[in-house]
Design a protein around this ligand. Sequence first.
Ligand code: PGA
Length: 248
Amino acid sequence: MSAGRRPLVAGNWKMHKTAPEAADWCEAFAPLVSAASAEVAVCPSFVALDAAARALAGTAVWVAAQNVSEHEAGAHTGEVSVAMIATSGARGAIVGHSERRAMGETDGVVAARARRLLDHDLTPIVCVGESLAQREAGETEAWLTHQVHASLALVAPAESSRIAVAYEPIWAIGTGRTATPEIAREAIAHIRAVLGERLDAEAIRVLYGGSVTPENAAELMAQPDIDGALVGGASLDPAGFATIVLAA
Ligand code: PGA
């Protein structure tokens, strides 16, 4: 964490929790983090956004979607627009998660989604990260350079403080194989240097994601340049996720 940037801890529930389950989770969770110094967001499925946002009304915890369409509206069967998530209570969305990129989402699509969110005054949480093969081949920095530039190509420098970036090494997601604090710090320092080539890097929160747990969260988030966490599996339990939030 660094002076001037308030940490953000976001929970990515992936394809878990129905709307009633989301509401119950939020009611249990909100009181546990009322004294948190970090900003907190939860990312339910599209159909649970409204229930989560209602359950969190009057608290500082905000709600974000896990994805969103790059299109404003139109003949896009099965897609969900920024206006739709916004009116369901979302204030942002994850874009470019590796589980989405693995289904064919390109950097161009990710960039367009981030742009569309900003156009509606919502916060994009833009994910980047290398595969194990890329890390072992020594290609991590070159890949992150490419992904950061391409995924944020449509963000204007003056909008820097309105985005967050999540460094999520693919080999650490859902594997229990967390990046060491050193690996996370080095990669995020590189990402911030790349951000600084075009944007106001000091204004951008860069989170770490990949097997963050209540046990390892404090050490990861104590690293310089790591401004919070994007938490998958460990965000499903309100008490465990609250422990992570309070460690930031
Ligand atoms: P994980 O997922 O914490 O379960 O590894 C992180 C993510 O995919 O955002």
